[in-house]
Design a binder for this molecule. Structure first.
Ligand code: ATP
Ligand code: MG
Length: 506
């Protein structure tokens, strides 16, 4: 067992109205992966932001490699060997990969920036990770998974001895996750200590040596990973037992609500045909890049359609933009909450109220504060959004609670079709179940529900019917009773279907 390299004792941190950390104990040893677990809002990110110098602590002691620090700054933390990959990736979208990697520590020769040297180094670390990214590319053009790899490359390039990964796998494909685990194992064997925060509990057995569990800003317990059963871990996180991870309600299948015919929109939305019925939840499975998100965006009118028809309750409708969609009762909770789903500079109240102004203001066009209050309170309560009040900026919420706000704003209106794209990404076990209950509730109300998810157990556990996509096409459909992981995977990787469907390879 390695030596203790990080020791945090009696750590306390308060934000206006919230005691985020209360007398927390945390210890990391060299050569280990410490899984830091807890529900949304438990204080995991806050604790790690203190260790990486983003936040200062209110009280407590902190030592790194035996040296005591009163408080750290991002620079002094980096010098002490700490690197953090944030949950909400925060790179400068308009800068290049290389510029992001060297931000604040640019290399110079004389007065000039030494771009060539920085690009070479950036390339070296990206190659080491086995990712094909050009250091001159603008970061904003890259998918989230690649951005995450750049953050890791950056951490490697500053020779971090303590690496904090806050939800690193939430946007990665299973292959990328396996690659990341290889990298983590390598860093471990070199004596690095790694803090690993994740809500994907099933992946812990592949990677975690020890666990620290937090709840409501407090330290609950820590120990060797193998000394806990999964149920014990969950019970410690949630403070109660969760019996049903995938609650199901049976409803009779009703009439057809929504139908998509021959939808085409770009390379990843090719000839899409499907229908949604009352009383069912339809899950869209597939690998990252299969075109599921693109399909939801085309339907919702975010991206232009080349062709295709949409029918709602038997009548053809036109959706040219999201406003058209919302007005006719079709709503989308998007995948990238920070970019598309949430105005982080606005309050929770404003986020929930904005898309519902028609409901709140009614015919008079004047905001009815009482209706607004009711609507927002109901949403916050139903989803147990952890916040001191409705007026705080959405940016201050924990990652999972931000996701709940994205979902919450659509619950307020009487929609006919609700589309969720990765609704539970980054959400803790307890809150996941809340979101499933919510989907079930919509289903019971006769609303057509579809969701995109990359988590196979979730698709199999919640959907009544599963549609599988690969390379921009629907490659299969299964009732969930008959679905197996293997069958879904086979459909998700049946690239050849496309060739036969389009009359053979060119
Ligand atoms: N900058 C801030 N201002 C105000 N409150 C904050 C701020 N940062 C965090 N909080 C609050 O502190 C608490 C802990 O949040 P934190 O982000 O550490 O949770 P977490 O365990 O990382 O959750 P998640 O799993 O959802 O990411 C939450 O109640 C959150 O709203
Ligand atoms: Mg967090």
């Amino acid at each position: 067992m390695g030596e203790v390299i990080v020791s945090m004792e009696h750590i306390t941190k308060e934000f206006p109205g919230v005691k985020a950390l209360d007398d927390v104990h945390f210890e990391l040893r060299s050569g280990e992966v410490m899984a830091l677990l807890g529900e949304n809002g438990a204080g995991k990110s806050t604790l790690m932001k203190i260790l990486s110098g983003v936040y200062t602590l209110d009280a407590g002691t902190l030592s790194i490699f035996g040296k005591q620090y009163g408080s750290l700054t991002p620079n002094s933390a980096r010098e002490a060997g700490v690197a953090i990959i944030h949950q909400e990736l925060n790179m400068c979208r308009h800068l290049t990969v290389c510029e992001n990697m060297f931000l604040g520590r640019e290399m110079r020769s004389g007065f000039m920036l030494n771009n060539r040297e920085m690009e070479n180094i950036a390339k070296k670390y990206l190659d080491e990770l086995g990712v094909d990214i050009n250091p001159r590319q603008v970061v904003g053009d890259l998918p989230v998974s690649k951005q995450q790899m750049i953050e890791i490359a950056k951490a490697l390039s500053i020779n971090a001895r303590i690496l904090i990964m806050d939800e690193p796998t939430s946007a990665l494909t299973s292959r990328e996750i396996e690659e990341l685990f290889q990298i983590i194992r390598r860093l471990k064997s070199q004596g690095c200590g790694i803090v690993y925060i994740s809500h994907r509990l099933e992946e812990l057995s592949h990677i975690a040596d020890r666990v620290t569990i937090m709840r409501d800003g407090q330290y609950i317990t820590d120990g060797n990973f193998t000394d806990f059963t999964m149920d014990e871990i969950i019970a410690n996180m949630v403070g109660r037992e969760i019996k049903e991870k995938f609650p199901r309600v049976q409803c009779p299948k009703g009439k057809k609500v929504f139908e998509i015919r021959n939808l085409n929109a770009g390379r990843l939305v090719r000839d899409i045909n499907f229908s949604l019925y009352e009383g069912e939840i339809v899950g869209f499975a597939g690998l990252m890049g299969a075109g599921r998100t693109e399909t939801t965006r085309a339907i919702f009118g975010v991206d232009p359609k080349e062709s295709g028809e949409i029918y709602l309750d038997g009548k053809e409708i036109t959706i040219r933009n999201p406003m058209d969609a919302i007005r006719q009762g079709v709503v989308l909770a998007p995948e990238d909450r920070k970019k598309d789903g949430l105005c982080t500079k606005l309050s929770i109240r404003q986020n929930i109220a904005l898309p519902n102004l028609d409901v709140i203001a009614g015919k008079s066009g004047v905001i009815n504060r009482k209706v607004e209050d009711e609507l927002c309170d109901k949403a916050v309560q139903e989803l147990s959004i952890k916040t001191p009040n409705l007026e705080v900026d959405a940016a201050t919420l924990s990652g999972g609670n931000q996701q709940k706000v994205v979902v919450a704003k659509w619950l307020a209106r009487n929609s006919r079709v609700v589309i969720f794209d990765e609704p539970t990404r980054g959400i803790d076990v307890g809150a996941k179940v809340e979101i499933y209950h919510l989907m079930n509730q919509l289903k019971k109300q006769g609303i057509a529900v579809m969701f995109v998810s990359s988590e196979m157990p979730e698709v199999m556990g919640i959907a009544d019917r599963i549609i599988v996509m690969c390379d921009g096409r629907i490659t299969g459909e299964l009732m969930s009773e008959e679905a197996t992981q293997n069958e879904i995977l086979r459909m998700a990787t049946s690239f050849e279907n496309k060739m036969s469907a389009s009359g053979g390879a060119q």
